[in-house]
Write a protein that binds this ligand. Structure first.
Ligand code: ZN
Length: 358
């Protein structure tokens, strides 16, 4: 089977704890009932918000992307992706109790394996980890890593502490060891306000502010020295938007030149580190509508390797069926659709894809 496109951001919907009950052990299954635990909706994507799913994607129960056939019908058959990476945004990250978070992360990854990966060979997935406890997070990476259909470790853009801080490093060590990029997806565990100024009033302000979180995480990972310690670690910024990056890197690299003695382990410009170690998915593509302006923005990234195809299905990032934003140069299309994802995700190497898809 030819690799036509790899969709690097697709969201399977877990509609509630009842779905996960078969994947929890007896103690936790009883606890869900006895404690009356409600569903863990993702606060970053409240199900009734229009952006959560296009109306034509929603089923009669109001949800979209609730089973593998529904996802592959849209993403693979209609939009022509030969493979898709599932990033599940069920609210495991919001839980305060570390043990409950661990139990639900395990159940979620097992549910993804059985109900999604086992049902269609075109699907791959990210490992959801309980960031509430780094030891548990590493355990979950180690538990899932032997299944090569897990191609990435998934965390949210806004955490309790900046991602680069040393206490997170065992997660990066495990990810690098297994050839798993760290996927940072828009979203928050809501331990801190989603803007650096405090809590906003509206959902639209929350969602718009996500780019601030991504910028701070890029700065944190680089200045703390994560890539000096783990040079092979790749980071994928998922649903971050794209156009904020060139201006941010100009500022970051300029101040690094002036204050680099403070971070001696950062031995080259942040712009260079980002070009080598970071990638971005293309939806939402926060670009001007003029194709010429889009071309210039892509030029400002100064690398053809950085952008990865994504639809963000079923989230509503674009109308119609135009998967690649207007203005993306023709010569770059194949790189975005196929070559860049293959170069980013070690576990998506051509041989294993062709094997699984045949
Ligand atoms: Zn997404």
């Amino acid at each position: 089977m030819t690799i036509t496109a790899i969709d690097c951001d697709v969201h399977p919907t877990c509609t509630g704890n009842d779905i996960l009950l078969p994947y929890l052990d007896t103690y936790w299954r009883d606890s869900v009932e006895e404690r009356g635990m409600g569903s863990l909706e993702s606060a970053a994507y409240p199900p009734n918000a229009p952006i959560t799913a296009r109306p034509d994607f929603r089923g009669p129960n109001g949800y979209a992307a609730t089973d593998a056939a529904q996802v592959t019908r849209q993403v693979c058959d209609r939009w022509g992706a030969s493979h898709a990476i599932l990033n599940c945004l069920y609210g495991v990250q919001l839980i305060y109790n570390e043990d409950i978070a661990r139990a639900f992360a395990r159940a979620l990854n097992d549910w993804i394996t059985k109900e999604w990966l086992d049902r269609d060979p075109r699907l791959r997935a990210s490992i959801v980890i309980p960031m509430q406890n780094v030891e548990y997070a590493v355990d979950e990476i180690e538990r899932c890593a032997p299944d090569k259909r897990f191609v990435q470790v998934l965390v949210l853009a806004m955490q309790e502490t900046p991602l680069g801080r040393r206490h997170h490093w065992p997660i990066f060590a495990a990810a690098e060891k297994h050839g798993l990029p760290l996927g940072i997806h828009a979203g928050s565990n809501y331990r801190n306000p989603v803007t650096s100024l405090g809590w906003p009033t509206s959902y639209v302000e929350d969602y718009t502010s996500q780019a601030q979180g991504f910028q701070s995480q890029v700065a944190s990972l680089i200045t703390e020295g994560v890539f000096a310690k783990y040079p092979k670690l790749k980071v994928v910024l998922i649903e971050s938007g794209v156009t904020w990056l060139p201006g941010f890197l100009w500022r970051f690299s300029k101040f690094w030149r002036g204050a680099r003695t403070e971070v001696p382990w950062v031995d080259r410009s942040p712009s260079e580190i980002v070009r080598d170690n970071f990638r971005l998915t293309i939806q939402p593509f926060d670009s001007p509508s003029d194709p010429h302006d889009v071309e210039r923005i892509v030029e400002h990234l100064r690398s053809d390797d950085m952008l990865l195809f994504s639809s963000d299905f079923p989230h509503w990032q674009f109308d119609g069926d135009e998967r690649i934003p207007k203005g993306i140069p023709d010569g770059l299309r194949h790189k975005i659709l196929v070559e860049n994802p293959l170069a980013t995700y070690d576990r998506l190497n051509g041989a294993s894809l062709r094997e699984s898809a045949s």
